[in-house]
Design a protein around this ligand. Structure first.
Ligand SMILES: *Cc1c(COP(=O)(O)O)cnc(C)c1O
Length: 393
């Protein structure tokens, strides 16, 4: 179906931050399959996990015990300080589970029309419930009627959440991204997530964090809420993307009462958490630990921001350079979607989101030297782009 506006390139091989197309041309990948390939392409540990597990056992069913699923759940729960995990095959499905948990949380208290507070500019997926939760009209248009039970407020605005709480007794949860990814790498004020936590505590709402893009060491902590020293621990957290480094896996983690809400029969997935994907998930976590990639994301992300800032500081048209760990953005003062094709021609893979934000989500294994190539190539492109656009004004 014609649902993707594809770029005119097809890749057939990858290694680390590099991809080769069918003509043999090499590209520096600064997007990592949209925050999926945190360990880069064809990481030997991931390849070995896939091959060994494929030779042993790929799928049984959640009717039976699955040792790797149990092990991965325990590992994730320990890293996140959560109590239980449901495995899905994608981010949207992980959020579907979170939304169902929030509704159960409401119904157990006699709230018959449970409502979840969601944010402007958010992205939570493309299923009907998750596109309804998403704060982007373009993603919803044509798919009405939307799923009801969502109440939208501006992002990074605690007063707005407090205000809707005053005249709505049906609120059961807040669903929010710690940093908005598709929304343009929007980083909220430091008080925001702890403030959401406090509001949720005050009102007995579930704090539900969509860490699908920010999780798995991307921002320099295992999960982005861990930047707040235990003051923003969610009741429900969703993961996907980098958890499988490319094999389809998502997870919905829960803590405390929220971890007890699903009972047998409430929710399920045929493939979810099968032996293959969970074995890969375990190898991803093991490799992130062994290669100390949380630390690397912190220091190298900071280095890249410093380097971009040094080279682009005087470029008229660059509004802002920001990021957390290896989740980086260069915001221009005008729409710049054509930069994606210009970069592609130049052997560089980037993304532009929210119209004018260059989004970089490179593999955490990127070397200093590869980072220097990224900075050099991209700064040249941005400088030329801004200069041309100015002369066309
Ligand atoms: C990518 C993403 C999703 C959707 O994940 P899919 O695997 O495409 O369903 C949801 N939330 C956030 C924050 C994402 O970045």
């Amino acid at each position: 179906m014609n649902n993707y506006a594809r770029l005119p390139v097809t890749f057939e091989k990858g290694e680390g931050v590099w991809l080769w197309d069918t003509q043999g041309k090499r590209y520096l990948d600064a997007l990592g399959g949209i925050a999926v390939c945190g360990l880069g392409h064809a990481h030997p540990a991931v390849t070995a996990a896939i091959c060994e597990q494929a030779a042993q056992l790929v799928h049984t069913s959640n009717i039976y015990g699955i040792a790797h699923q149990q092990a991965l759940a325990e590992k994730l729960a320990t890293l996140a300080g959560m109590d239980s995990v449901f495995f899905s095959n994608s981010g949207a499905e992980a959020n579907e589970a979170a939304i169902k948990i929030a509704r159960l949380h409401g119904h157990t208290q006699g709230i018959e029309q449970p409502t979840i507070v969601v944010m402007e500019g958010s992205f939570h997926g493309r299923t009907l419930a998750t596109l309804s939760a998403t704060g982007n009209r373009k993603i919803q248009a044509g798919f009405e009627p939307l799923v009801s039970g969502f109440l939208r407020v501006p992002y990074d605005d605690l007063d707005a959440i407090a205000a809707v709480a005053k005249n709505n007794q049906n609120i059961v949860a807040v669903l929010v991204e710690p940093i908005q990814g598709e929304g343009g790498i929007q980083i909220p004020n430091d008080g925001y997530l702890p403030g959401v936590r406090a509001l949720c505590d005050e009102h007995n709402w579930l704090m539900m964090l969509d860490e699908i893009q920010t999780g798995m060491a991307r921002t320099g902590q295992w999960f982005a809420h861990q930047h707040f020293a235990g003051k923003a621990i969610p009741d429900v957290m969703t993961l996907a993307k980098a958890l499988g480094n490319g094999v389809p896996i998502g997870a919905c983690l829960a803590r405390g009462d929220a971890a007890q809400l699903f009972q047998p029969g409430n929710h399920a997935s045929t493939y979810g958490g099968n032996p293959l994907v969970c074995r890969v998930g375990l190898s991803v976590i093991d490799t992130l630990e062994k290669e100390q990639l949380c630390q690397r994301a912190t220091t190298f992300g900071q280095q890249l921001i410093t380097d971009f800032t040094a080279q682009l500081a005087d470029v008229d048209g660059v509004n802002n350079i920001r990021g957390k760990g290896m989740m980086l953005a260069i915001e221009l003062d005008r729409p710049c979607p054509e930069l994606v094709s210009l970069a592609l021609q130049d052997g560089l893979l980037i993304n532009v989101t929210a119209g004018n934000v260059i989004r970089l989500l490179p593999a955490l294994v990127m070397s200093d030297e590869e980072g220097a190539q990224l900075v050099e190539k991209l700064c040249k492109l941005v400088t030329t782009f801004c200069a041309n656009r100015l002369s066309n004004k």
